[in-house]
Structures are given as C-alpha cells and as structure tokens.
Ligand binder design. Sequence first.
Ligand code: ADP
Ligand code: MG
Length: 404
Amino acid sequence: MKKSIKDLTSLQGKTVLVRVDFNVPLKNGEIRDDNRIVQALPTIKHLIENKARVVLFSHLGKINHKNPEQAELDKQKNNMAPVAKRLSELLDLDVIYVPSTRSEELTNTVKNLKDGDVLLMQNTRYEKGEQKNDSELAAYWASLCDVYVMDAFGSAHRAHASTYGVPEILNKEGKETAIGLLVEKEIKSLERCVNPDERPYVAVLGGLKVSDKIKVIEALIKKTDKIIISGAMAYTFFKALGYETGTSPVELDQVDFAKRCLEEGKGKIVLPVDVVVTNAFDNPTEERTVKVNAVPEGFMGMDIGPETRELFKKELQGAKIVFWNGPAGVFEKDQYSKGTIAVCEAITGLKDAFTVIGGGDSAAAAAQFGYKDKFSHVSTGGGASLEMIENDGHLPGIDIISSN
Ligand code: ADP
Ligand code: MG
C-alpha cells in the first residue's frame, strides 16, 4: 500500500509540495471546465486543515521548446494565472501565485509561507527540462519542500521531473513522499479493473484509434470475460474479417493485429451487427443503416445501429465490473450520438455493478448526456487509466512514492 497523506501525522509547519493536475481546457485565457481543479480540492483542504504550507505545481497544455518563437506563444496561451484565480475562488482564500518555476522570488516566497498558506507556481512545462526529467530541475524543486505529495493522477504515467524526479530525490534524502486523496481514489477504483474481484468483467471499447489502444486491448483480452468493440475502431476489425468498409476509418497497418485479437479473444469479442453510415463526415446528403458486412462503397460508419444497441445491452446484462473507454460513434454530432447514449444507458442501468470510465472523450460524452454521476468512478486520467491496466496496476509516478 502506498503511503497516503492521511498517514502523514505531523504536517504543521512543513512545506508540502503537491503535484496536482491543473491541466484544464483554456480558451482565450478562460477556463472552460474547472473539474480538474475541483478534484484536487480534498487534498489541498486536508493539508490546510493540518496546517501545512502548501506549494502546488502542475503542467498546463503543451510548450514547443524546439521552436523558441512558438514556445513564447505557447507560454502566453498556457499561463497558470487564471488557474490561481479560480483556485482562490474555490478555496475561498488568497492563493499566492508565483509566475515563475525556478527563481529567487519563488525560493523566497516559499521560505516565507505561513502555516495554512497555499502557493501555486507557474506551469511546470515552462521548463525545458520538465518532460526530460532533468536532474538539476528536479533537485531545485525538491529543495523547496519537506514532503512531496503526488495527486496528479492524469500525469502519473509520465516520468517527468515533477512526477518522478522530485520524489526520487526526496526518497533518497529520507524525506516523506505520499499519494494524495484523488490518486488514492483512482487507484482503489482502477485496481478493480486491473484485478477484478468480481465477475463477469466486461470492457466496452470504442473511440478513434486501434493503434493508440493496442496494449490495452491485449491486456483486456486476458483480464476480461467479454470485450465489446464499437466506434471507429470497429472498422479495422471488420476489415480483418474481410468485410467491405467503404470509406470508414480503417487502420490498414492494424488489420493483422485485429486478426490476432479476434483469434486470441475468440468467444470474448463482441462486434456491432449494424451501423449507421453516411456519404460524408460533414454535411452528408445520404444516410443509411446497414448490416456491418454491407457498407456501400463511398459510405463511412458513424455510429452503431439499433440492433447493435440492443445487442450491447444484452451482452452487458449480469456484468459485475465494467470498464468503458471510447465512444460508440461520433457523439459530438447529435444524429450519431444514439450509440454512445445507449452504451451509457446500458452500463449505468446495471444492478450492483462497479462501473468505470477511463477516457477523456468518454467522460465528456457521459457528462454531456447526463450519465456521469451514475457511474461508480470517472477517472480523471484517460491515458493514465489505460496505462495502469496495460501495466498491471503500475504507473511510474505512483510506483516511486513510498509504501507503508
Ligand atoms: P477517449 O478519449 O474516451 O479515450 P477516443 O479519444 O479514443 O476516446 O475517441 C473519441 C473520438 O472517437 C470521438 O471524438 C468520436 O467522435 C470518435 N469516433 C467514435 N466513433 C467514430 C466513428 N465511427 N468515426 C469517426 N470517429 C469516431
Ligand atoms: Mg480522446
């Protein structure tokens, strides 16, 4: 068991550096969805209540350091200042914002913090060395604190300076490292999808790319009792079965992989039986519902059809654990959202089942259609949740934290 912040007893007066996931969607400097900030609040509040001096850091968007001009533009776009403002509102206290990641100002402000203060520094990716796990950078950040807390589940699959280098140094120095309340909750839920404690365990996969999800598909074939496959991904499997797929999004270089999956997952893999196809992705003039082996030339699959919606519901019946990643169709377009809504309905309608969403777009779809609160757990980390399943419960940013 990883050491949790609840196991840290004397926090008063200690400077606690917390890696949070404040990678929120921004548009013109406005936060479009503050869910990631909200999810970090329990840990921050716990630390304040225990009179720690809280120093928060996170990445925000991407900075292209290879191109200095672009890097400047990226920095303007991905400035942490609006996050500090929103965090102040949510905590109802003045968060001390330091607009740099390595400076005398930052060092001194951290030194002068009082018990219960909260400081947020600039976007960690302003530093070229963050993603390279630069040892000097990690040593500087480590020098700021007495204790390190990992609460950025969405970044735990990355061994960067802020997620790996810092706790590695603190461990060596005999200082405390622990996981935060959000990471603790994520581990508890996702562990049941890694090592199911009840069966049947059913995975519902969809979304865009087979190539992004090869490893998780391989892992799930071994772990689950059934895998339901839909979304754009299904067409690569149809190709593997020798069907005509029209202009559907097939990944030709993944067809052999799909064949192998169908072989290895014999009897476990459930594919759509009918699909909704159109003659163009945008502004189509024709739309049809067809059997999966009868996609007409010039048509592409956009959603699962009515028979498949029923089939998936039937196949899910009796499931005790369900892991969902990837929408069943192009749910962003109203007319192709029925499949994804049906998947939400079928999963959340199960009795006594433990249901998990691991996927950014899937979580967004569930929220959009009003099902988010009906799932047992909605992971804050799409990539991280998939990697956790692939790697049998291991993620670098969590593995490096001390155990009890
Ligand atoms: P998640 O973020 O949940 O892991 P993905 O990123 O893999 O999911 O996939 C989400 C995207 O897949 C959505 O934008 C959706 O429009 C797209 N998608 C689903 N089905 C299809 C399809 N038949 N054709 C094209 N795109 C699709
Ligand atoms: Mg996605």
